[in-house]
Write a protein that binds this ligand. Structure first.
Ligand code: XUL
Ligand code: CO
Length: 436
């Protein structure tokens, strides 16, 4: 097999003192933190769409990058070479997982049957590369947003013909994810939303989306696929408004349609900020409801209002994220998938390594810092203290439903003005800074 990343050897852990940019300074796969190796905590994954297929195009300009594994004139040959290059990259980087859309790995042909044949062919190759290397599929998904047929959505399309085509594509994508022993399957509703309410029946579209997801659950069960299903919230882009706006709206949707036991959430950092929340907020919301499934690890730019999909480098963010992930017991089927792309001027193959090394080191520092904070219990103690009243008589009578409004009125009349206590925000921020 030809080497696609020549001159780059396996990336090793060299520790914080190392000046070698092609080494890990903090991510040490086998190092045990809180009773588990770093590798098992993080379950890092590389995404195929940005890392193997992204070439730096933006809405004002064409590709700035070119890759030798794309150039074969036969599209199937190019897809094979890209798959081989992908596994070389995963191995050299030392990640155990990858994620893909059906159409990233294999090109669309003239008919659905031919497209499926192409996909099966490439999935055979991926399957054998997985067997050779021990690298696994974190999750698969269907691309239901690039082809013009999906301009008005797939599940939420006004046409049942397009709904049916989308259903066929989802069925096939679940099948191939199952064949690759994928640990999960993601639904990201890129165009499941609207651009104007003048042409949109929101309730009809929500019913359709729920129907599609119910059919997917039925199908998953019928073929014995045990991977975790996830919805990936995002508020807008490409549509003006997406139905899977944020974790809380996804949760309401799942409850409304009786899907709450079959789905968790795949939380993307940049999608969180686009919805007006922090990444930490979205993780905390999901974690508290048992919905924290997997993470698309990236970041946005606070000065830019779109999905810049940058590699995560902010240690505050990764620390807060890991605090919440650890608090809710860590990943089961999910992991940290780098849904992140190189900047348009980072044109070299080597830049792919720098980008992923930076993301892995940033999360490794986040993990170690969060673990230390948890071991010392410095934040936890403060939280228990703040809510201590709820373990007392009054708190318990309220929370267990024993007290009525009349009871509480009687209590307030008798007790007079209640004491207030400081939230100690600045002190807590100072404590956090001591650990970072
Ligand atoms: C788009 C996005 C997708 C999903 C998978 O913003 O995040 O790539 O992760 O469809
Ligand atoms: Co994503």
């Amino acid at each position: 097999m030809a080497e696609h990343f020549p001159g780059i050897a396996k990336i090793e852990y060299e520790g914080p003192g190392s000046k070698n940019p092609l080494s890990f300074k903090h991510y040490n796969a086998d190092e045990v933190v809180l009773g588990k190796t770093m590798e098992d905590h993080m379950r890092f994954s590389v995404c195929y769409w940005h890392t193997m297929q992204g070439l730096g195009q933006d809405m004002f300009g064409v590709n700035t990058m070119s890759r030798s594994f794309h150039i074969a004139s036969d599209p199937i040959r190019a897809a094979e070479q890209t798959m081989e290059a992908a596994f070389e990259f995963f191995q050299k980087l030392g990640v155990k997982y990858w994620c893909f859309h059906d159409r990233d790995i294999s090109p669309e042909a003239g008919s659905l049957a031919d497209t499926n044949r192409n996909l099966d062919h490439i999935v055979d190759l991926a399957d054998s590369l997985q067997n050779d290397t021990g690298i696994k599929t974190l999750w698969g998904t269907a691309c239901l947003f690039v082809n013009p047929r999906y301009m008005a959505g797939a599940a939420t399309n006004p046409s049942p013909e397009i709904f049916a085509y989308g259903a066929a594509q989802i069925k096939k994508a679940i099948e191939v994810t199952h064949r690759l022993n994928g640990e999960g399957y993601v639904f990201w509703g890129g165009r499941e939303g609207y651009d104007t309410l003048l042409n949109t029946d929101m309730k009809q579209e929500a019913d359709q989306l729920a129907r599609m997801l119910h059919m997917a659950v039925d199908f998953k069960k019928s073929i014995g696929f045990e991977g975790q299903f996830y919805i990936e919230p995002k508020p807008q882009e490409p549509t003006k408004h997406q139905y899977d706006y944020d974790c809380q709206s996804c949760h309401a949707f799942l409850l409304e349609y009786g899907l709450e036991n079959d789905f968790q959430l795949n939380i993307e950092a940049n999608h969180a900020t686009l919805s007006g929340h922090t990444f930490h907020h979205e993780l905390e919301y999901a974690g508290a409801r048992g919905l924290l499934g997997s993470v698309d690890a990236n970041r946005g730019d606070y000065l830019i209002g779109w999905d810049t999909d940058q590699f995560p480098t902010d240690i505050y963010d990764t620390t807060m994220a890991m605090l919440t992930i650890l608090k809710y017991g860590g990943f089961k089927a999910g992991g940290l998938n780098f849904d992140a792309k190189l900047r348009r001027q980072s044109t070299d193959l080597e830049d792919l390594f720098h980008a992923h090394i930076g993301g892995m080191d940033a999360f490794a520092r986040g993990l170690k810092t969060a673990a230390k904070i948890m071991e010392d219990g410095v934040l936890e103690g403060k939280l228990t203290e703040r809510y201590a009243g709820w373990s007392g008589d009054l708190g318990q009578s309220i929370i267990t439903g024993r007290a009525s409004l009349e009871d509480l009125e009687a209590h307030a009349l008798e007790s007079g003005e209640p004491e207030k206590s400081s939230g100690r925000q600045e002190m807590l921020e100072n404590i956090l800074n001591e650990y970072i």
